[in-house]
Design a protein around this ligand. Structure first.
Ligand code: AAE
Length: 665
């Protein structure tokens, strides 16, 4: 190590070094391999690898999505035609005659697996709780009957202001079993942030818990829930779930307690309302950092089919697997995780801090539960590495086949950490997409190699390309992530956007009939993708486009630095790069450390990347789902208002960036 904690002897691997190659046995056992054989038989093709399958899935996407429906055994009617206006990415309508019920498909393994675990739950510092498939079905039936008796049906919105509990999954399944629409936020959201969201979508029923536990602290949220109910007059019924034992009965009429509801309807039977493929299923919210949160509406069939694709083909999830994603129900990865039930997997739900009581808590659980897929964020992996946690040395992760990371760019050095510090024989899937599609454009797959720093592949059925500003396709150069064809999980639109203008402007206005996602990326020669940050945070010193992730990748190598945020400050008719760093305890931003940061950035990137200013801050602002908010910092630095502060997990940190004298010269 040198003075700044950088391992001088660490072997420098090339950017695209081959890090993992699935064994022939693993390829042969994969569901993706089975799917290729099925497609070859059905269409008399000779596909042998992922690239061939992907090319076919784009050329004949109706055949692809229909084959996937059959392969996954979706319960429902496909109908004909498969797609109307297939040549318009923006206007195509998938499976216009199809009917299905989302919850029915998620509960389909219940009969065969009755006494096996459907949900495993662990809360920070607490014991475990399990719900069998039979119990899950019974609880869904009871809650669904209650909702039906209150007149809830297709098109009605039901909301959860809830921790990541088994009850949250039950409430979602009960809602969707009736063809109603589910929407949720996590309980760390303040009243105003929840009202900004649910106030727009106007739920008729609210499910809330009495509180949650995080980082050793109990947070009683009963009063917040009461204020939310008082502020949103569409809420007719309020179901309270006792969780942390702070429960106080509310005096309001039309309040139900979860345990009483389960007892009262214990003899209810499961019933499912068949719905059109394009019926609304979920409303998800954009982070709201650029204005009022957008209410993005996703369809029942689109979400089901796409998640089946991402789970079975890209992540090789099969019946009996143990699938974990570290998420709250305010992030789309919760919806993604919930859908793994449709593949017969047991869901592992964790509530609380992933570092309490110790940094190995999730890995202890991985061993105990036999996790097969571990899902997390690049930020968590970075924190683990900085704490020198190496599960590879201490934990038997023989059951683990796949590790997924998302939320922000997974740097090449983090790929090294995963393979050296966690497990060598593992499909490392750096996946990217987001709330807008409640899924991914770029994923992993179990039959292709993993190259350092690259997401493995473009998702099946998706004509994802990289465009320059004029809309020309780029290879081996940086540009905008776009999708040029239609896909079934394209959102239905935004709630309360009758003429669809806001929705059109958000994704379709930059390039005609092409989805513009807002990520700054590059296609690799291997068919993978490299991510450089969000396009609206790109730094532009001297007109050169620099992705923020390029800077974070270098800065995060320093032991002395725990976190950082970089922005472009308008300066003398140009833009200068300003880097803010959060230092580790006891560390100081000495001239030596500043020089080392600059030297590393200059030698690993270009002189254009080198920050003009490096300033220390006590913390870095992030959204509630852990994303750095460069735009908010940029606004504060320029003395402009920050929109929707409620979207931030730690809004008080914005003070550290205000009127910094160092930035006046
Ligand atoms: C899949 C994702 O892209 C998740 C996210 O970063 O929000």
């Amino acid at each position: 190590m040198n003075d700044h904690g950088i391992d001088k002897d660490k072997v420098m691997r090339p950017q695209n070094a081959l890090l993992w190659q699935p064994s022939p046995a693993r390829i042969k056992q994969s569901l993706l391999h089975d799917f290729i054989q099925q497609v070859n038989r059905r269409f008399e093709l000779h596909l042998t690898d992922y690239a061939g399958l992907h090319a076919w899935s784009v050329q004949d996407s109706p055949a692809f999505w229909s084959s996937l429906w059959d392969f996954a055994g979706v319960i429902g009617e496909q109908g004909e035609p498969l797609v109307v206006e297939p040549n318009s990415a923006e206007r195509a309508i998938w499976f216009p005659q199809a009917r299905l019920n989302f919850a029915e498909n998620l509960l389909a393994h219940g009969q065969a697996f009755a006494d096996r675990d459907a949900l495993l739950f662990q809360a920070e510092g607490q014991g475990h709780r399990a719900l069998s498939w039979r119990q899950l079905g019974e609880q869904v039936a009871a809650v669904s009957r209650f909702l039906r008796e209150q007149g809830i049906g297709p098109g009605d919105v039901v909301a959860g202001y809830l921790p990541n509990l088994p009850e949250t999954v039950v409430a979602m399944l009960a809602t969707t079993s009736l063809g109603a629409v589910w929407t949720s936020t996590s309980p760390d959201f303040g009243v105003d942030s929840v009202v900004d969201r649910f106030g727009q979508t106007r739920p008729r029923v609210l499910f809330s818990a009495d509180g949650y536990r995080y980082n050793g602290k109990l947070h009683d949220t009963s009063q917040k829930a009461r204020d939310i109910v008082a502020a949103i007059d569409s809420i007719e019924y309020w179901v309270q779930i006792p969780y942390i034992g702070q429960h106080r009965l509310s005096e309001r009429e039309r309040v139900r307690l979860w345990p009483e509801l389960l007892a009262r309807y214990r003899d209810a039977r499961l019933a499912f309302t068949p719905m059109p493929f394009n019926a609304p299923l979920y409303i998800l919210y954009s982070s709201g950092t650029t204005g009022q949160p957008k209410c993005i509406v996703h369809s029942a069939g689109g979400i089901l089919l796409n998640h089946l694709k991402e789970h079975r083909l890209h992540s090789d999830i099969r019946p009996g697997d143990k699938v974990f994603y570290f998420t709250t129900c305010g992030w789309m990865m919760w919806n993604w995780l919930a859908s793994a039930l449709a593949s017969g997997a047991t869901l592992l739900l964790y509530e609380g801090s992933p570092f309490v009581p110790g940094a190995a808590v999730l890995w202890d659980w991985a061993v105990e539960a036999g996790m097969t897929l571990f899902g997390t964020s690049a930020k968590y992996l970075e924190a683990l590495e900085k704490q020198h946690v190496r599960p590879a040395d201490s934990h038997d992760l023989s059951a683990l086949r796949t590790l997924c990371s998302t939320g922000s760019t997974l740097a090449p050095e983090q790929f090294d950490y995963v393979y050296q510090g966690i497990k060598g024989d593992l499909q490392l899937a750096s996946i990217a997409g987001g709330t807008d599609i409640c899924g991914c454009f770029v994923l992993g797959n179990p039959i292709s190699p993993v190259y350092r720093g690259e997401c493995q592949c473009i998702g099946l059925g998706l004509d994802v390309q990289v465009f320059d500003d004029q809309g020309s396709s780029l290879r081996g150069e940086r540009g905008e992530l776009v999708c040029c064809n239609s896909f079934p999980n394209r959102p239905l639109g935004f709630w309360n956007d009758a003429d669809g203008r806001r929705y059109h402007d958000a994704y379709w206005a930059t390039y005609p009939d092409v989805w513009h996602h807002g990520d700054f990326v590059e296609l690799s020669p291997q068919g993978g993708m490299l991510f450089y940050g969000r396009s609206d945070t790109v730094l532009n010193p001297g007109g050169v486009r620099i992705g923020t992730a390029e800077i974070y990748r270098q800065v995060n190598q320093f032991e002395a630095i725990l976190d950082s945020v970089v922005i472009g400050q308008h300066w003398q008719q140009d833009v200068r790069v300003v880097l803010f760093v959060k230092l580790a305890e006891g560390a100081e931003l000495t001239p030596g450390l500043e020089a080392a940061i600059r030297q590393r950035i200059r030698s690993r990137c270009t002189p254009r990347h080198v920050p003009a200013k490096i300033l220390a801050v006590n913390d870095v602002p992030r959204t509630k789902s852990g994303k750095i908010v460069e735009l908010a910092v940029r606004n504060v630095v320029h003395g402009e208002p920050v929109k929707n502060i409620g979207a931030l997990a730690n809004p008080e940190t914005l003070e550290y960036f205000k009127e910094r004298p160092e930035l006046a010269s």
